[in-house]
Write a protein that binds this ligand. Sequence first.
Ligand code: ASP
Length: 511
Amino acid sequence: MTKSKVYVLYTGGTFGMEPDLSRPGNPLKPMELEKLKKSLPEADLLAPGVEITLDKFDHLIDSSSMNPKDWINIATKIGEHYAEHDGFIIVQGTDTLAYTASALSFMLENLAKPVIVTGSQLPLANARTDANLNYGHALQIAGYKATDLPCIPEVIVVFADKILRGCRTRKMSASAWTGFDTPNCPPLGEIGEHVRIFENQIRPMPPSGLELQVHTTLNSDVLDISLYPGMRAKHLKQILNLDDVKGVVLRTYGTGNAPEETDFIEALGDGIGNGEKIVVNITQCPQGAVEMGLYTASVGLIDKGVISGGDMTPEAALSKLMVTMGTRIGAQVKLQMQISQRGEQSQNLFDFNFKTITTPTDEPRSDFVVPDRRFDPTALSAGVMRMKNLTVKLDEAADEQAKVAVDRAKAAAELAKTTVELAEATKTPVIDLYMNYPTAKAEDGKKEIHPRRLHRIKLFGSTTFDVVQTLPREKMKNIIGDSDIVLTFVPSPGVSFKFEKLSLSMFTRAE
Ligand code: ASP
């Protein structure tokens, strides 16, 4: 029979607790390992062929006392015992289990073996307990070589009838057996009479030759702030301005919305400064994602430099921020935060910033960006262009042309007795946007359809406005190769333009 070696680390938590008879009311406290061993069933009985190395924390704790130092301790122990074990089980309290699972996911890079975080709602020593089952299932999955199950090279949570991705997990119930779930991600497996692992959901093995890297530098100068109606802008400003606050997870409403009041937005902008502090936007909703720019209530946040946390859980966003700020510097932090590292978010977001045009021009203008190597255009799911303060000036002839177009559109609407959007007006002056076609010229505008034209900004007079535009995804997929992204703006005759900011937010499916 094939044997499998599993490292089990007992840190405390309800799993190993017993009533403290020395204190009034006999509250639960973790029992020492030697005592726990007496109730712990033989590994071989729960998972035939599995042998364990049992280790413990120096101070056994209720998980509500856990902090990043404890995560470092756990990650270090995994690193030390990595070579001679097939899998790892961390037994801890359920209260902060989702935080530990998330933090370990980011701290362990190139993980090629299962790391399981589990605990229980009732102590192992109780006659009626879930501890036995959770522990037994964790042993079967960690000792996959002996039990003939697929290897899950991820940090996972095994609890009740579920096998869950660690960095997606949340504690959903304070007392139900099924205490955990991953609301934004399907489970990696199910446990009933059989242990079923959904192999198509599991992350791939790291490329061969890449060894486990244990990141133990975490920056815990971070805050987790949840918005609520009535939150005072001045309080937010004071907190953000504290010198030793370097990053914030901001739990906003719905798809990432916040109050639009100037005070509030200014407070955020003031705190973020020139990007010295990182503010990550995640939703307060138990399920769903932040989609900044969808409502005007989130546009202000983008302008101030708030970054998107996509559909990350608060636990994942916070621990990812700590690890990323501990291991990266400058713009890299922002880039990394918006890209999936361990399957913690469903979408990657790449923000590309292009040169502004400060002096009005009536000529075509191009600029390019070189995307990060992780940007995969074949996985493109959406692209949004944002221009701030696009100022257009129409000369007399162009202005006249615009007026005629508007009048004709109105007349057409009258005739058809339907509303015709002004944007439907034809032959009005425009600014055309082309992708990867730097030689585009006004002539190209005559073609009704052009394979490289992504958008046409119709102009009805001289004015200043912001543009937020979703660009045609399939067209972009065909145009973008594996090199630069070039954007070219071409004004029609008689139109001059300038703008203050131009960015392209490209979303790609995370694997
Ligand atoms: N307070 C306990 C802990 O987190 C709760 C539990 O383990 O279920 O350590």
